[in-house]
Design a protein around this ligand. Sequence first.
Ligand SMILES: [Zn+2]
Length: 454
Amino acid sequence: MRRLFAWWVLVAAAGSVLAAQGRGGQPAAGPQKVTAIRAGRIIDPATGTAAANQVIVVAGDRIREVGPNVAIPQGAEVIDLSRLTVVPGFVDAHTHTAMTYKEVPENNIYYYTYVADSTPLRAIQAASNALQMLSSGFTVVCDVGNNGMYADTALRQAIEQGVMPGPTIIPSGIIISTTGGQFTPTPEMYKYHNIVWPEYLEANSRDEIVKAVRENLLFGAKVIKICLDCKPWGYSVDDIKLFIAEAAKGGAKVNAHVQTRDGGQRAIDAGLHVISHGQQLTPEQHAQMAQKRIYLASTDTPFTDYRGSAQGQQHAAEQLKSAYDKGVPITFSTDMDYWNEKMKKPDGEWMDRGDLTINFLLTWKAAGIPAKDILKALTITGYEAADVVKDQRGPIKPGFFADLVGLNGDPLTNIDAVRDVQFVMKNGAVYKRNGVITLDKLLHPGPVSGFRRR
Ligand SMILES: [Zn+2]
């Protein structure tokens, strides 16, 4: 009885705290930290133009003012980036933070990774990968499935709640697919061990499609990822339209894995938001995508010492060039979800997930796409594909979240400048300064940004 009473007091006290914190469970707002950044130049990738000697005033997590003659507020911390170029944060429009398949022991076959690496282990890999990507300037990451049992939505939750810093994760939850997903299991593993789940969530009928979309949204997905044509019995135009309508109820868009020409046509006809891969699309289909403004995340694997082939890179570059020439909104995207012992820099240091991700520039350069347009794909077009502009995230504009990167050089003329990231700010907090990660004030033992944030 006494115990029960103690519980009641606790619950009542928690209730009043909740009321004080508001619906988001956020702590009461204290005085906002104000920062003034002196930028040598700011690039607007939307127009491909630069403005010299700018001041960016950041209040809390948002940009308050930007311009050449902006007064520095009294008491503001001043950050001197007068020797650097400031650009908006980068976007990887297709990756898998909680998937790392390896040569040893699984011979690069991710079925085995899925069997060998538990979701908790993969969630820790995802947290590490997210920090590495933020260090390379990626402030938005579309994490489109193959994350075990929702490691991706857990990663987003941890970052949104302020437990750890990281990019804004756009997680898909489990990839929704017709029977089999991308696997070819044995009958015994399929029927008696349900081996496809949770790497794939099977949905064949219209009722199953609605249910699968709702489950993913319930567990925190911000985009719906489907396997459109992973099997010959993939989704029809009507099925895809149903996915789009159901996802929209939860404010999400649909991104599809597309590997065939026919599947690509169904995606285009249904008016999909993002086509991933699409390596078999024709120039005519690229023209249709441009006309319908369907985003392409073609995951263009470069040929390097550690991965890929000359032929593979050439095909990816030709496809990318065709899409660019036809005016498709192209995004920087990678599928960077593997590791091997050859991933080292000339000085013998390991490449990290951010280095490996930005190295996909090799294919973009091989395609002959101008630097200013690669920068646009890496930023503005990525924000649109990730659907974050509606949340006021992306461009360096007053009212938007302060997600900024400072780098040496001029990425409008030499895109490799984006490899030399010296400064990273996300949500107004400095993550990297003078090329060094500063974590001291960004790791927290609790949800300092609000425990209900998803
Ligand atoms: Zn992928």
